[in-house]
Design a protein around this ligand. Sequence first.
Ligand code: HEC
Length: 168
Amino acid sequence: MGVNFFNLKMKTYLLLIPIAFVFACSNISKNDKQKVDADSIKKVDYSPKNASCAKPIKDPNNPKPMALMMRMMADNADSMKVQLLRGEKLESSHYPFLRFYLLEPTDTSVLKLQFFENARLFQESYNNLFKNSNQKQMYNVVIGKCINCHEMYCNGPLKRIRKMFIDM
Ligand code: HEC
C-alpha cells in the first residue's frame, strides 16, 4: 500500500518534470528569439528595427537610456540654433558633451565599430564647435555628423534633424 502510493507519487512527479520543462522552455525561447533575431540583423542590415528609430517623435513606451539622451541632444541642438540665430556665442559649459554611446540603446545591434567611429567623429566636431570662430558654420558640421550616423543606424529622426541646419 505504502509502496504503491509512493509509486503513484513518483509517477506524478515524473509526469510533471517534462511539463515543467516545456513551460520553462517556452519562456526562455521568447527572449532567446529576440536575441537571435537581433543577432541575425547585425551582419547585414543597419536599418532601424526598433520602434524608437521608426517613430522617434512619438514616445516609445519604455525609452532606453540612449534614446532619452538623444532627445536631450536634439533639444540642445534646437536651442543652439535659436541662440546662434540671435547672434549669441555658444558656451561649452551650457552644452557639455553627452556620452550617449556609453548608454544602452533600444536595439543593441547598432553597437558596431562603425557606430563608435561615427560617435567619435561627432564628438570631434562637437568639441570644435566651442573653439571655432564661425560657430554657425561649425554647428552645421555637427548636425551633419548627427545625420551621418542616423543614415546608417536610425532613419526615423532624419527629417527632424535635417531641419536643424542653419541656412547660410
Ligand atoms: C553615432 C551615432 C549617432 C549620432 C552621432 C547621433 N545619433 Fe541620434 N540616435 C542614434 C541611435 C542609434 C538612436 C536610437 C537610440 C535608441 O533608440 O536607444 C538615436 C536616436 C535619436 C533620436 C530619437 C530619440 C527618441 O525619441 O527615441 C533623436 C531625435 C536623435 N537621435 C537626434 C540626434 C541628434 C540631433 C544628433 C546630433 C546632435 C544625433 N542624434 C546624433 C545614433 C546617433
